[in-house]
Design a protein around this ligand. Structure first.
Ligand code: SF4
Length: 241
């Protein structure tokens, strides 16, 4: 019988891209306090209390994980913002480890709740951490005041704990410039981050005539001088486009 009252908003039972070098399942959790202009998961914004259906959803996922115990290496909690459900993640990890103690646990987070990350950090093996912008530009993306300060506080804490992590930035050309990406790369490198990924921006509404042009979206991946500069700053750079 499962312990966790986790509220799941989605589930991918098999992926090779969400935990480095591992075959993983991804559990998307309900709830996010930010309102990023490029969010592709607005259905996960809402905070709500768990229901009987949520319990059944989690039991279903545990059953799938049990059946795939020989093919999976890891389970990743993503969002929404997974750290919203800190207590529930801890009991969910206990549920998973009750039958698969060797499963690695990953977390995708935006760092919006530093206190929650402190609670769950001991249960997490690897973290994919979103740094969305230089601190002073966070509001332009998240529409929440103080979001940048919280994100960088969280990152600083996780680095102080020597957690295995990757920082990633979605290169939204409507807000971010190449100089912004350089500023992020310098800041996180000074903080002690060695793995950085720049991710391609994908418009939420593909048909919107106001979307940036492909050349604007791809400028972060096609400008060799810019890429060389970032590679000079960070030890390990990945371009995802
Ligand atoms: S932090 Fe993630 S889930 Fe939350 S609004 Fe931004 S993109 Fe969407």
């Amino acid at each position: 019988m499962s312990k966790s009252n986790i509220i799941v908003g989605g589930f991918v039972p098999f992926t090779t891209i969400d935990y480095p070098d591992k075959i993983s399942a991804v559990v998307f959790l309900q709830g996010c306090p930010w309102r990023c202009i490029y969010c592709s998961n607005p259905h996960l914004f809402e905070f709500r209390k768990p229901t009987q259906q949520d319990k059944e959803n989690w039991d279903y996922i545990l059953n799938v994980l049990k059946k795939r115990i020989k093919t999976l290496d890891a389970v990743v909690f993503s969002g929404g913002e997974a750290s919203v459900q800190a207590e529930e993640i801890i009991t969910a990890v206990e549920d998973i480890h009750s039958f698969a103690p060797y499963f690695k646990i990953g977390l995708h987070t935006n760092g919006c709740f530093p206190e929650n990350l402190k609670k769950i950090s001991p249960y997490i093996d690897w973290i994919g951490f979103d740094i969305k912008a230089p601190c002073h530009k966070y509001y332009d993306i998240t529409k929440v005041k103080g979001s940048g300060e919280r994100a960088f506080e969280s990152l600083e804490y996780l680095l102080s704990q020597k957690k295995d992590l990757e920082v990633r930035t979605t290169a939204d050309p409507t807000i971010l410039t190449k100089d912004d990406i350089k500023e992020i790369a310098k800041t996180i490198t000074q903080m002690g981050v060695s793995k950085y990924a720049i991710q391609r921006y994908r418009p939420v509404d593909k048909e919107n005539p106001n979307n940036p042009k492909q050349s604007e979206i791809m400028q972060f991946f096609t400008d060799k001088d810019f890429i060389d500069e970032i590679k000079f700053i960070v030890k390990n750079l990945e371009l995802r486009f």
